[in-house]
Design a protein around this ligand. Structure first.
Ligand code: ADP
Ligand code: MG
Length: 725
């Protein structure tokens, strides 16, 4: 079977190369295509009456409420624009707490009394939709008798057209709330958190003389993913149903030669990437970089950063397009955090910063950061926020899938720490002692070849092992997982920053009101903050065992798995934090905690059951077949008058292994049958009983794979899946 999928894969690659050879052409111009399917600022300006346009901009840039007359006018223009582009339907697109997006399509078409039809779309249909909310997770916030949920238009994220074979649909980004106004989705809390952080940041900026009235969280997420031949995918029930391989022996060649990262992109993969990028361009997603990642068959796509809310929507669209377009090239895109054991998993580096309404980046240090008090204040606010709110940041990225990337056997420790780099560390060390007087400069770098230019040297090297790194003019939250909606990590980050900036603004407003000079007050406060929170700064190797010991000494949290991490969301302090800044009330936050736990439980349960299925229906039948073959061979040799010493030895060894494997399959099945209880109890049981039983079964299964002939092995192997491209 392994071989069957292999020859199918080989065939599909061959077919692809032939058609590719014929079809290869320079693609159409992406500049012209860019945002051609988006109802963006430019289109709005062209198509909306002036007062309507101004009112809409007021909502988008200053958060002003929109009246129904404006909504009606926008709806009309939107419908006309969409219909001109062939749209027949519209949809309120939202992000329920399932982690994926949801949509229900409605036609613009409205029958008239004379038997014909017109197209119609009114303001009230633009601003509000009512999907049946009862089948979306609410974490106990809603009982069935109060199942109403509403989708509400989010004017800050532009509508776009989803064009597929035979259909063009106007997609309207929306928030999803219950009839009591509670957030049932991932967008609402993000929007609330952006308002919270804006309000506090503006207070701080005022002290420095800024006139900005809004501050925006900005975000640029780097998506890592795997692409494998689809024939392999179809032959792996674990990939289909769990998104990752639950069995699979280590291949003789993995990533040890370090020959993947930034390597030449395979042709079929490049064609697929280019297609994805072109489709994303059309819907206004500013994807920018592509490259090979560390693991074989692993890649990355990253956009130019945008306002966090739009960036999150665009990130969801990126994942969806990757998934949807890969099959056109005979490929399957795997977004799971750890599709293959033994090689790197996938993350989503979440680059984050704050920007004022004039577009100034608040985390840009300038050339002499030691004199840039405003920058130092914002940077110190991040240091304080990450230290103080380690728990919620850790919880915001917790999932069964990310457990394989953080705190597990082959993964770095799940400790949050900040990498500042030499230059900033030096400045904060000076501040700790009293005041900062100088900035270390990088100077120039001479490659030693006369034709090559001298390069300006960065003042510090990079560090790939830090979960939260300063990278020149932004922070990069690297522990975020590849498969998740990045909304919640950004919400948590904004919440933590709102609190930190609130603290700073209050302190500085207080001391300056008493007549202290701003620079002096800032200096003192920075010294205080760095003294209290410097334990979170770590510039060394975050993957080392020594760091775990050191972090323990510093009393940093080390929450190794989802079950340990999630309760951080519902501590008294977290509940107060989210409530105080009106991001999530107690019920809303508890609901998320429940949903995340449930999700963990269900994921592990599915994986456990899948392993039992694969053991009984795939692995054991082939193992018994091989057992029989060895037995027959030993008997045949004996009948011929000789004795197969090694054959007998192998038979004994293999039989023992298969027996153990079957016994462990039954153990896992038994353990799964006893799971249950409250979600917390259930989750602990899954972690402590089910997960270890799964690991044990996998070890035995992988050993069997190593001994079983290729022709009768029922599953595509790592060697095939990772290297046939
Ligand atoms: P690297 O892989 O070296 O981290 P990339 O260029 O792949 O760098 O990704 C960097 C990401 O950070 C990009 O998405 C970029 O747009 C984003 N970024 C840059 N500046 C900011 C900012 N001020 N706020 C948020 N994201 C930013
Ligand atoms: Mg990066």
């Amino acid at each position: 079977m392994g071989s069957a999928a292999l020859s199918e894969a080989a065939k599909s690659i061959r077919d692809w190369s032939i058609t590719e050879g014929r079809a290869a052409q320079v693609p159409s111009k992406s500049v012209e295509a860019y945002a051609s399917l988006v109802f963006n600022d430019k289109v709005q300006q062209e198509r909306l009456p002036k007062p309507v346009y101004r009112a809409l901009r007021g909502t988008i840039t200053r958060g002003e409420t929109l009246d129904i007359a404006t909504a009606d006018a926008v709806a009309t223009a939107l419908k006309e624009w969409a219909c001109e582009h062939g749209a027949t339907h519209y949809t309120h697109w939202f992000q329920p707490m399932t982690g994926i997006t949801a949509e229900k399509h409605d036609s613009f078409l409205s029958p008239t009394s004379d038997g014909s039809a017109i197209t119609e779309f009114r303001g009230k249909e633009l601003i509000k939709g009512e999907p049946d909310a009862s089948s979306f997770p609410s974490g106990g916030m809603r009982s069935t008798f109060e199942a109403r949920g509403y989708t509400a238009w989010d004017p800050t994220s532009p509508p776009w057209l989803h064009v597929t074979t035979n259909s063009a649909t106007l997609v309207i980004p929306t928030a999803f709330v219950s009839w009591t106004g509670e957030a049932l989705d991932k967008k609402t809390p993000l929007l609330r958190s952006m308002e919270a952080v804006s309000k506090q940041a503006v207070r701080v900026l005022k002290l420095f003389g800024s006139t900005t009235e809004r501050v925006f969280a900005t975000c640029g997420p780097e998506q890592e993913y795997f692409l494998i031949d689809r024939n392999f995918y179809f032959a792996r029930p674990d990939l289909i149903n769990a998104g990752r391989t639950l069995f699979g022996a280590k291949p003789p060649k993995g990533q040890e030669l370090e020959d993947q990262y930034f390597g030449t992109i395979p042709q079929r993969v490049l064609a697929c990437m280019a297609d994805v990028e072109f489709e994303l361009f059309k819907v206004g997603v500013p994807v920018k970089t592509r490259h090979n990642e560390v693991a074989p068959s692993q890649y990355e796509i990253a956009p130019v950063f945008e306002q966090a809310n739009v960036a999150v929507d665009h990130q969801m669209m990126t994942m969806e397009k990757l998934k949807a377009i890969a099959p056109k090239y005979g490929l399957e895109c795997l977004l799971h955090e750890k599709p293959f054991a033994g090689v790197n998993g996938s993350g989503k580096h979440n680059n984050w910063s704050l920007s004022d309404e004039f577009g100034n980046n608040l985390l840009g240090p300038g050339d002499t950061p030691h004199e840039n008090m405003q920058f130092l204040v914002f940077c110190a606010a991040v240091i304080r926020a990450v230290d103080r709110w380690q728990g919620i940041l850790r919880a915001s990225i917790a999932s069964a899938g990310n457990d394989h990337r953080l705190g597990a056997n082959e993964a770095p420790p799940a400790i949050l720490s900040i990498f500042l780099g030499d230059q900033l560390t030096d400045i904060f060390e000076q501040l700790e002692k009293g005041s900062a007087k100088s900035t270390k400069q990088g100077g120039t770098l001479d490659p030693g070849v006369s034709v090559l230019p001298k390069l300006p040297r960065d003042a510090g090297d990079r560090n790939r092992t830090s979960p939260f790194a300063f990278t020149g003019n932004k922070f990069e939250f690297r522990a975020v997982s590849s498969g998740q909606n990045i909304s919640f990590p950004n919400t948590a980050l904004n919440a933590a920053m709102a609190e930190s900036l609130d603290y700073i603004a209050t302190e500085l407003e207080g001391t300056t009101a008493k007549g202290e000079e701003l620079n002096k007050a800032v200096g003192k406060l920075l010294t205080k903050i760095i003294r209290e929170h410097k334990r979170i700064i770590f510039n060394g190797n975050g993957y080392s065992a020594e760091w775990e010991k050191e972090a323990n000494k510093r009393k940093l949290l080390n929450l190794k798995n989802t079950v340990d991490a999630l309760p951080q969301l519902v501590t008294k302090e977290s509940l107060q934090l989210f409530d105080k800044y009106k991001i999530l009330n107690e019920r809303e936050l508890h609901a998320r905690y429940e949903i995340f736990l449930e999700n963990y439980n269900k994921t592990v349960n599915v994986e456990g059951n899948l392993m039992v299925l694969m053991a009984n229906r795939y692995i054991l039948p082939s193992a018994f077949e091989y057992q029989k073959q060895i037995g027959q061979s030993v008997a045949a040799v004996r009948a011929g008058g000789a004795s197969s010493v090694q054959g007998k030895k192998l038979l004994v060894l293999y039989t023992k292994l298969v027996d153990k494997f079957k016994a462990q399959t039954d153990v896992l099945e038994g353990i799964l049958a006893h799971a249950g209880g409250s979600s917390e109890k259930h989750a602990k049981y899954m972690r402590d009983k089910v997960v270890p039983a799964m690991s044990k079964l996998r070890e035995l299964g992988d050993r069997i794979e190593e001994l079983t002939p290729h022709e009768i092995w029922p599953l595509p192997t790592y060697r095939e899946m990772l290297f046939v491209k």
